[in-house]
Ligand binder design. Structure first.
Ligand code: HGY
Ligand code: MN
Ligand code: MN
Length: 416
């Protein structure tokens, strides 16, 4: 089996045009996207992706979590497929490229194979994982987590959004609940191409991130119980102030993360006061602490410290305390053979590259449990993501897709 020649490239204009067309669906308010999972906009994006895959002659399978698998046949019917995927769902104030780049680059790999008349031994399956973001239905990577056996389908179906709607009901409502058993598919390998979502590649002037690891994560959901009371007439010494406890915990999370530098992060992105009235002290405050590190020892130490310090803060204020881990995975080491294929593809194509650890979580982190997996990354402007101003260059997009193309081709094996 010959490795692909270094002159083989994808069609960068077609990839960019597809990304820009997908960005028209579920527009945000500041140039990005709000195409949250299982919304009508998500459904529209799925139909556009399906139309493109139909045009490319791919056959579609959808599993019971709503993940889309679009297959280009290989020459060997017994060969396990090479999967190339990411996600089309976005944050509420998301960018145009997070997830979308990887799904549409996978489609571009297939389109380029057809242009070049190349056959592969292994089938290639372009994948759109449902609910990667976990913004509407926590946790993140929910569908790939069910696929990898991390979560039960029942748990996933009963996850609720802030309006109390369940994943299962919403999946049925948009008409994308497939019949396939989740996780029944077996993979020869899994690749995911994604924007870095951090500042390293741009700062180092590198075009390609060779992703060796993914950092580990905990999402800890705190429910603090105070006493609803008038914010005006209740003396300070009579307050059971859950809002104050929450503020002290956020400050504490910041200092615990700073105590574990380098290579640790911690913060809070979502908080809900109830009854959320300006002149009522909150009865409950619910928020999620997101901590991450590539080092397991640091990740576990931060989790222990945050839980015990938070209990201390709450008992001093006589605030009720409950904590539930709603998301977790240990640091991930991707498959060294596939990592090397990405690295040598970048070298062969003449793209500057460096090894990098993924700061964000990705479906690849769960796929790594069930098949040899790895990732390719491209830089993003100012390292900004999960922000409507997220931006990449057309050249960066194409370079990473070229590397993906060669690594996938080498793994799927060209048939002369
Ligand atoms: O949370 C993450 O890292 C990913 O964006 N879902
Ligand atoms: Mn993503
Ligand atoms: Mn994201």
């Amino acid at each position: 089996m010959s490795a692909p020649g270094e002159n083989l490239r994808i069609n960068g204009d077609r990839l960019w045009d597809s990304i820009m067309e997908m960005a028209q669906i579920g527009p945000g308010i500041a140039g990005g996207n709000n195409r949250q999972t299982l919304t009508d906009e998500d459904g529209e994006g799925r139909h556009l992706f399906k139309r493109w895959c139909d045009e490319a002659g791919l056959s579609m399978g959808v599993d019971q979590m709503g993940t889309m698998f679009m297959t280009r046949p290989g020459t060997d019917p017994d060969a396990l497929p090479v999967y190339v995927g990411s996600h089309l769902d976005t944050q509420p104030t998301g960018g145009k490229y997070d997830g979308v780049l990887g799904v549409l680059a996978g489609l571009e790999v297939v389109r380029s194979l057809d242009d070049l008349g190349i056959k592969t031994k292994h089938p290639i399956v372009v994948t759109n994982w449902a609910n990667e973001e976990g913004a509407r239905f926590a946790p993140a990577m929910l569908a790939s987590g069910v696929f990898a056996g991390i979560h039960t389908q029942d748990y996933a179906y009963n996850r609720k959004d802030q309006a109390g709607l369940t994943y299962g009901d919403e999946l049925a409502r948009i008409g994308w609940r497939g019949e396939e058993e989740v996780g029944a598919r077996k993979m020869h390998a899994y690749f995911e191409y994604h924007i870095e979502q951090g500042p390293i590649l741009e700062a180092e002037g590198k075009q390609i991130g060779v992703v060796t690891h993914g950092q580990g994560l905990w999402w800890l959901e705190f429910t603090l119980t105070g006493k609803e009371a008038h914010t005006g007439s209740t003396p300070m010494n009579m307050r059971v102030n859950a809002g104050l406890a929450a503020a002290r915990i956020i400050e504490m999370v910041q200092s615990v993360a700073m105590d574990h530098q380098p290579g640790a992060v911690g913060g809070v992105g979502q908080m809900k006061f109830s009854p959320n009235s300006r002149n009522v002290l909150p009865g409950t405050v619910v928020f999620t602490v997101d901590i991450r590190s590539p080092e397991l020892s640091k990740l576990d130490a931060m989790r222990e410290q945050i839980e015990s310090k938070a209990q201390e803060i709450c008992s001093k204020l006589e605030v009720g305390f409950a904590m539930e881990a709603v998301g977790h995975f240990d640091p991930v080491a991707f498959d060294p053979t596939l990592v090397q294929r990405v690295r040598s593809a970048a070298e062969k194509l003449g793209y500057s590259h460096m090894d990098i650890i993924s700061g964000a979580g990705h479906d690849a982190c769960w796929m790594n449990r069930v098949a040899p997996s790895t990732m390719v990354m491209c830089p993003c402007v100012d390292g900004l993501s999960h922000n409507e101003a997220e931006e990449i260059s057309k050249e960066w997009a194409a370079a990473g897709a070229d590397v993906l193309f060669h690594a996938v081709l080498e793994t799927a094996e060209i048939v002369e």
